[in-house]
Ligand binder design. Structure first.
Ligand code: ARG
Length: 644
C-alpha cells in the first residue's frame, strides 16, 4: 500500500506465534531481535556462515557512535583468514538492505547502524501502544521455559530480613533495594515471584527482650512505636546484662588464681553459681527454653512483638513500593525440619561429633576454604546456619522453586557458601544448584544528622527533610509544587535508592546526604526531574494520545531524534541484560544515558512554536521517552513524579 509507514514488522521472517529458529529470539517483544535475525540471515546468505552463529555473536555497543549492533569477527572462529580482511570482505559482500546501512568495518569489528525510518515507526509505535508493557514479557506468555505446559517458572527472592528489636542497618537497606529490584525484574520477565522476608526473630536474645519488656516496657509506647520501643527495651536490658558481667568475670578470675595456688574455691564457686543463676542472661536462657518448648504463655508476648513489628515494617516497605508475600523468619523453622536435617547429615556422614557438639568439617569434604561449622552446640541448641539448613529444605518442599535468591551482604559470603555446600553434601545437589547468593558491599557512614544507629524510617525522614530544604532553594519552582512534603519524601527515597544503585553491587560506598539530594549530576532528584519535565511537556502541548499515535514520524530527521529512538529500541535488551548481570546499575546507567540525550536535544527538538505536524511527531517521541523512563524507574522501584 502506498504511503503506509515502513515498519520492521514486515521484516519478521516468522509469524510472531511461531518459534524463531534463533535461540532466545523474541521479535514481537524486542525490536533489536528483528535486526539480529535480519543481519544473521543476510550475512549468512552471502558468506555461507550459519545465520544462528552470526545471530549469537552480535553484540551490544556501549555508545551509539559504535553502531547499534556490532559483530566481533574473531568470535566467528573462521580458520585460515585474517579477521581484519574477513571484516572488510563481509562489509563489501553485505547485501543492500532497507533496514540497516551498509556495515562499516573497523578493525576486527563489523558495525551495523539501523536505518532510522523503519526503526522509528516500529519503536515509537510499539511504545505508544504497549506503554508499561514495553520491555516486559507481560502478556506474551513464556519465554524462559522450553516447555510451556510446565507453566511459569517460580522464583523465591529472599531479601531485607532485618532483626526484630535491633537496628535496621545499611545492610538491610541494600538488601531491600536490590531485592525489590530483582523481584520486579523477574516479574516482568514472566516468572512467578515469591518475595520472602526472613526475619531475625528467634534465639536467646528474644527471651531477653521479653524479660526486658516486663521490666522496662510500656504497652502504650509499644502500640505507638513498636520498632523504636522494642529497641529501647533491648538496649536497657542488655545494659543490665553487661553490668552483671563484671562481677561474674571477676569472680571467675579469683577462682582461677586460687585454683592455681591449690587453694579451696568451694565458697567462691557457690557464690558464682548463685550469681549466674540469678543473672539476666540465665533468665533469658530459661525463658527462651520455654519458648522453644512451645509454652503458649511464654510465646504470647514474643508473638505480639513480632506481629506489631511486621505491621510497622509493612508500612515502611510500602514507601519503597515493596510488599512481601511471606514473612518467614528464624522462628518459623519447624523443629521436625531441624531433626530431619540432623538425621540426613548423620546418615550421609556429613556431620560429626566434636567435643560434645555436632559439627561439619568442610575440609574433609573437599571444601577447604569453608572451614568448620557448628550445627548443634554442646548444650543442644541449633545455630543461625542450622535454621537456614532447615529452611532451605522446607522451602524446597513447600514451593518447588525453580530458582531461589538470597540477597544478603558480602559479610555473609562464608555463611551462604557453607549453607549451599551442606545442602549439596546432604544429597540435595540439585536444590543447592538452584540457589544463588546475591551479595553486596558495605555502606559506610549511614546515619542521620542527629545520630548514628537508626531505623529505615528515620533515614528516609531525614533524607526527605534535606530534600525539602534543597527544593526550597528554587523558590519559583517550589511554589508550583502541589504537595511539597510528599514530593520531597518521594524524591528523597529516590535519592537514597539511586545512590545505592550507582555502582556495582559488590562495591561499598559512602552514604552522602549532600551528594544524593543534589539536582546536579546523575542523582535521584535529577532523574525525577527528567521524568517530570517530559510530563509537563505533554501537558503544555495540549496534544492527546490519539494525536500522538497519528503523528507522521518521518518528520523526525534530526540526529538527536534518531539517537533517542535508537536508544529507546534497546530497552527490552537492557532488561534482559540486567537479568544476566543482576545489577540495578545496568538499568540505571541506561536511564541516565537517556536523560543525557534528552537534555542535549531540547533546544533542537522544540515542541512549542514548531509547525503542528512537527510538534506532533516530536511529542510522540518525547512521550515514548517518558514511557520508557517510567518503565525503567518502576523496575528499579521508584515512584516517578509527574510534576516537580
Ligand atoms: N537477619 C540476618 C541478618 O540481619 C539476615 C538473614 C539473611 N538470610 C538468611 N537466610 N540467612 O544478618
Amino acid at each position: 500500500q502506498a504511503g503506509a509507514p515502513v515498519s520492521i514488522s514486515t521484516l519478521s521472517l516468522h509469524s510472531t506465534n511461531e518459534k524463531s529458529k534463533f535461540p532466545y529470539c523474541f521479535p514481537s517483544l524486542n525490536p533489536v531481535d528483528v535486526y539480529r535475525q535480519h543481519i544473521g540471515e543476510s550475512l549468512g546468505q552471502v558468506t555461507g556462515i550459519d545465520p544462528v552463529k552470526i545471530y549469537q555473536r552480535l553484540a551490544w555497543t556501549n555508545t551509539l557512535d559504535k553502531g547499534d549492533l556490532s559483530l566481533p569477527v574473531p568470535s566467528l572462529q573462521i580458520k585460515g583468514k585474517n579477521p581484519q580482511d574477513l571484516c572488510k570482505e563481509f562489509a563489501e559482500k553485505f547485501p543492500p538492505s532497507d533496514f540497516v546501512h551498509p556495515p562499516t568495518a573497523t578493525g576486527q569489528h563489523l558495525q551495523f547502524f539501523f536505518k532510522p525510518q523503519a526503526l522509528t515507526n516500529t519503536v515509537v509505535g510499539r511504545i505508544l501502544k504497549e506503554k508499561a508493557m514495553y520491555g516486559t514479557n507481560g502478556n506474551h506468555g513464556l519465554h524462559n521455559s522450553a516447555d510451556p505446559s510446565k507453566g511459569r517458572k517460580k522464583i523465591i527472592i529472599e531479601f531485607s530480613s532485618p532483626n526484630i528489636a535491633k537496628p535496621f542497618h545499611a545492610g538491610h537497606l541494600r538488601s531491600t533495594i536490590i531485592g525489590g529490584f530483582l523481584a520486579n525484574l523477574y516479574t516482568i520477565l514472566g516468572w512467578e515471584v515469591i518475595k520472602m522476608n526472613y526475619l531475625g526473630d528467634w534465639g536467646k536474645q528474644y527471651g531477653l527482650l521479653v524479660n526486658g519488656y516486663k521490666r522496662y516496657g510500656s504497652e502504650e509506647v509499644l502500640l505507638k512505636d513498636p520498632i523504636n520501643h522494642l529497641f529501647d527495651v533491648y538496649v536497657k536490658i542488655n545494659n543490665d546484662v553487661a553490668r552483671q558481667e563484671a562481677p561474674i568475670k571477676e569472680l571467675k578470675e579469683q577462682i582461677k588464681s586460687k585454683q592455681e595456688k591449690n587453694e579451696d574455691v568451694a565458697e567462691l564457686e557457690k557464690e558464682l553459681e548463685k550469681l549466674l543463676e540469678d543473672s539476666e542472661d540465665e533468665n533469658a536462657r530459661r525463658y527462651f527454653k520455654s519458648m522453644e518448648d512451645g509454652d503458649q504463655d511464654a510465646l504470647a508476648l514474643w508473638k505480639r512483638f513480632r506481629d506489631l513489628s511486621i505491621e510497622k515494617y509493612k508500612k515502611t516497605y510500602a514507601r519503597l513500593n515493596i510488599d512481601f508475600d511471606v514473612y518467614s523468619g528464624e522462628s518459623q523453622i519447624k523443629p521436625e525440619s531441624l531433626k530431619s536435617a540432623y538425621d540426613i547429615m548423620e546418615k550421609t556422614g556429613v556431620s560429626e561429633r566434636s567435643q560434645g557438639a555436632l559439627i561439619v568439617d568442610f575440609t574433609k569434604h573437599g571444601a577447604k576454604k569453608l572451614g568448620k561449622a557448628i550445627i548443634v552446640r554442646k548444650d543442644g541448641t541449633p545455630l543461625y546456619l542450622t535454621r537456614d539448613i532447615g529452611a532451605i529444605l522446607e522451602r524446597e518442599q513447600t514451593f518447588h522453586f525453580d530458582k531461589m535468591i538470597y540477597v544478603v551482604a558480602a559479610q555473609q559470603d562464608l555463611h551462604l557458601a557453607q549453607l549451599f555446600k551442606v545442602t549439596e553434601l546432604m544429597g540435595y545437589k540439585d536444590t543447592a544448584g538452584r540457589c544463588q547468593h546475591i551479595n553486596f558491599g558495605m555502606v559506610r557512614g549511614m546515619s542521620t544528622r542527629k545520630g548514628t544507629v537508626k531505623f529505615l524510617d528515620d533515614i528516609l525522614k531525614d533524607v526527605g527533610d534535606k530534600m525539602h530544604e534543597v527544593m526550597k532553594k528554587n523558590a519559583a519552582k517550589y511554589e508550583q509544587v502541589e504537595d511539597p512534603y510528599k514530593t520531597a519524601d518521594t524524591l528523597g527515597i529516590t535519592a537514597v535508592m539511586v545512590q545505592d544503585m550507582t555502582g556495582k553491587r559488590v562495591n561499598g560506598y559512602d552514604f552522602n546526604l549532600e551528594a544524593m539530594t543534589s539536582f546536579e549530576g546523575d542523582t535521584g532528584p535529577y532523574l525525577q526531574y527528567a521524568h517530570a519535565r517530559l510530563c509537563s511537556m505533554t501537558r503544555k502541548s495540549g496534544l492527546k494520545p490519539e494525536d500522538l499515535v497519528a503523528a507522521d514520524l518521518s518528520l523526525l530527521t534530526e540526529t538527536h531524534a534518531i539517537d533517542l529512538v535508537r536508544l529507546l529500541s534497546q530497552w527490552p535488551d537492557v532488561v534482559l541484560n540486567s537479568a544476566k548481570t543482576m545489577e540495578p546499575m545496568t538499568v540505571l546507567t541506561y536511564l541516565f544515558r537517556m536523560t543525557h540525550i534528552l537534555s542535549s536535544g531540547y533546544d533542537v527538538l522544540k515542541v512549542l512554536g514548531s509547525e503542528h505536524e512537527v510538534a506532533k511527531a516530536r511529542m510522540a517521541l518525547y512521550e515514548s521517552a517518558r514511557q520508557v523512563l517510567h518503565n525503567g524507574m518502576r523496575l528499579l522501584g521508584f515512584s516517578p513524579v509527574d510534576r516537580y
